[in-house]
Design a protein around this ligand. Structure first.
Ligand SMILES: NC(=O)c1ccc[n+]([C@@H]2O[C@H](COP(=O)([O-])OP(=O)(O)OC[C@H]3O[C@@H](n4cnc5c(N)ncnc54)[C@H](OP(=O)(O)O)[C@@H]3O)[C@@H](O)[C@H]2O)c1
Length: 266
């Protein structure tokens, strides 16, 4: 029997590439979008409606998904967006929105499929986090918070679901050329004290956008995780990321030694 795979946010960027790649490899893919009607007859896979910000949409989606496809083997939590901007300048409401979509929306969709996975004693949950969920960058504090939250949450879930033969993995991409920046939200409020930092960030971000890689790499990484029976939790993808992570571990080692030194003085 063909494996059924659900990909959230399959209308553009990573999601679209992941869905196409999996469909090409013989999986039966179901994608989601807030506006599936826009893609009717244009895609090689079926699209159904899902808005991570709407409780009603998630409930309708949960009722519909198993009626339509009978069973589900793999959930790929990919949908999400970016709130950029200096943290203090960002209205709390916008920050809350970031967590609502990227974190809570993802958790609600996961909860909708878990009873099914537990019953069949099989399933795989793959969530697109970010390298920013491992190392924070300036100008994206709420985005970083949402992706760090996903890392922590799914790390716990991995232990809890082990006995049901449900595997849990993260994909942590660096910077890739998708529509994420065009679809991002930012604050209009500007605090003068941050002007110098803002200028530096603009240069840094322009550089990062220029170096951003081909998103097909992410789809290929997801395919590998789909094909691996027991995938590892962290799956970093993109240029220079392992150096960043090593640096983080190295820096933490120094920090820890310093703290221990301070404690020993007391
Ligand atoms: N691009 C990068 O460099 C990068 C790096 C690390 C991680 N990521 C992560 O990769 C994932 C995909 O992003 P992308 O770069 O491919 O961006 P994208 O091209 O903007 O695609 C975002 C997708 O998410 C869906 N989506 C957005 N908000 C939604 C909501 N409230 N409810 C339901 N669906 C929603 C969109 O679908 P509709 O608009 O059709 O509903 C779209 O299909 C995100 O989780 C992002 O954080 C991206």
């Amino acid at each position: 029997m063909k494996k059924n795979i659900l990909v959230t946010g399959a209308s553009s960027g990573f999601g679209l590439l992941i869905a196409n790649e999996l469909q090409k490899k013989g999986y039966n893919v179901i994608g989601t979008s807030r506006n599936p009607e826009k893609y009717a007859g244009k895609l090689s896979f079926k699209m159904i409606a899902l808005d991570l910000d709407s409780e009603q949409s998630i409930n309708t989606f949960s009722e519909r998904i198993f009626k339509e496809i009978g069973h589900l083997d793999i959930l790929i939590n990919n949908a999400g967006f970016l709130v950029s901007g200096i943290a203090e300048e960002t209205p709390i409401e916008l920050g809350r929105q970031q967590l609502e979509t990227n974190f809570w929306g993802t958790i609600k969709v996961t909860n909708a499929v878990l009873p099914h996975f537990r019953k069949q004693k099989f399933g795989k949950i793959i969530t697109v986090g970010s390298i920013i969920g491992l190392v924070s960058f300036p100008n994206a504090a709420y985005y970083a918070a949402s992706k760090h939250a996903l890392e922590g949450y799914f790390k716990s879930l991995r232990y809890e679901l082990n006995e049901f033969n449900i595997s849990v993995a993260m994909i942590e991409p660096a910077a890739f050329k998708t529509s994420i920046l065009d679809n991002s939200s930012t604050s209009l409020k500007k605090i003068e004290d941050y002007n110098t930092l803002r200028n530096n960030i603009e240069k840094f971000s322009a550089n990062l956008a220029e170096q951003a890689e081909d998103p097909i790499m992410v789809a290929e990484k997801v395919l590998k995780v789909v094909q691996t029976e027991k995938p590892k939790f962290r799956n970093i993808v993109g240029k220079g990321t392992s150096a960043l992570i090593n640096l983080q571990h190295f820096a933490y080692g120094i920090l820890e030694k310093n703290v221990l030194k301070q404690l020993n003085k007391v």
